[in-house]
Ligand binder design. Structure first.
Ligand SMILES: CCC/C=C/C=C/C(=O)SCCNC(=O)CCNC(=O)[C@H](O)C(C)(C)COP(=O)(O)OP(=O)(O)OC[C@H]1O[C@@H](n2cnc3c(N)ncnc32)[C@H](O)[C@@H]1OP(=O)(O)O
Length: 298
């Protein structure tokens, strides 16, 4: 870079750092901004193989709610630190909850405690879907139990060739209750395959995960996965945030409604959003054969 521009670049970088430094910090998550408009959320309990505690669920919910409102964020990468994506529900936390439940005499009080924990898990994973920014999940090694529920709430999934997935709850004597049963059939489509995976609790390895559509692409290792997923994220981040967030809202709504309802939803959305400067600038750039449009924050 020419020396004339260096001071300007420094000021811009400082402004950029200041504008992204408002994000909360978390005990169980590591949140960074590797590229402009690209946020990286890492599950960060590596010693426990990113096993999920109630604290992690609360932090996931708070994190994705914050990112939803953060105009510096246009796309989110989700991965796990250490040697595994996630080992699912934290068994120490689960045992503590059983003790707490055991201390209550009455069935209604016991149920209330259990319901609160289930709700926290469900809300944590649903926050990825409520978040208007696309979430790209990158799985290495294992994704077990509650991990699959988390994963199916992401927009796009990738994995390494050594990855495996397991809806393991049935092997623990419980019905999976935090999202995989509801979302996996919508992600994979093949209902019989999903039921077999859930009823048996068997492992699904990377090649099958790709074949059934659980992941979009399989990579040789974590490094190559992260750099490719980062490229996808950067491409999304360059697009109009009005258009991308409208797409997510329409895709999620249309998945759960009839075609006619989905069409009505996007018509109402776009009667407003086609008045946005993003559309005007996009069409003008197209007419003038300009390719590099910079869209304002949203
Ligand atoms: C209201 C609740 C709704 C939600 C329900 C959700 C249910 C589920 O998620 S079901 C799935 C539960 N998870 C499991 O069954 C996985 C248990 N872990 C394993 O099978 C193995 O650890 C694994 C195959 C993942 C890895 O094996 P490896 O030999 O490579 O490592 P380990 O020596 O076993 O583990 C290393 C340290 O990590 C700790 N750890 C592993 N899993 C968990 C976990 N789920 N919760 C808490 N901690 C976990 C393990 O204890 C080791 O720690 P340390 O002994 O201190 O070194």
């Amino acid at each position: 870079m020419s020396s004339i521009f260096r001071p300007i670049a420094r000021v811009l970088q400082a402004q950029y750092r200041r504008s992204v430094s408002k994000m909360s910090t978390f005990n169980t998550l590591n949140v960074t901004v590797p590229k402009p408009f690209v946020y990286h959320v890492e599950l960060n309990r590596p010693e426990q193989l990113n096993a999920q505690t109630v604290e992690m669920w609360l932090e996931l919910k708070n994190c994705f709610n914050e990112l939803n409102l953060d105009s510096n964020c246009r796309v989110i990468l989700l991965s796990g630190s250490g040697r595994m994506f996630t080992a699912g529900l934290d068994f120490k936390g689960a045992m503590e909850l059983s003790v707490e439940v055991g201390e209550e005499e009455d069935v209604a009080r016991k149920a209330k405690l259990l319901r609160a924990a289930i709700d926290k898990g469900q809300e944590a994973f649903t926050s990825l879907e409520i978040c208007s920014k696309p979430v790209l999940a990158a799985v290495h090694s294992a994704c077990i139990g509650a991990g699959v529920s988390l994963l199916t709430a992401a927009d796009v999934r990738y994995c390494t060739k050594d990855a495996w997935f397991q809806v393991k709850e049935v092997l623990l004597g419980m019905t999976c209750d935090v999202g995989a049963v509801q979302r996996l059939p919508k992600v994979v489509g093949a209902e019989g395959t999903v039921r077999e995976i859930c009823y048996t609790g068997r492992k699904v390895y990377a090649d099958e995960a790709q074949r059934i559509g659980l992941v979009s692409k399989v990579f040789d290792d974590k490094d190559s996965m992260m750099s490719s997923v980062m490229e996808v994220a950067e491409t999304i981040a360059k697009n109009s945030p009005v258009a991308v967030q409208g797409l997510k809202s329409s895709l999620v709504f249309s998945r759960d409604h009839s075609v006619q309802d989905g069409l009505m939803h996007i018509a109402v959305h776009n009667q407003g959003m086609l008045q946005s400067e993003d559309f005007i600038n996009g069409v003008t750039a197209l007419a003038m054969k300009q390719t590099d449009i910079k869209f304002s924050k949203l």
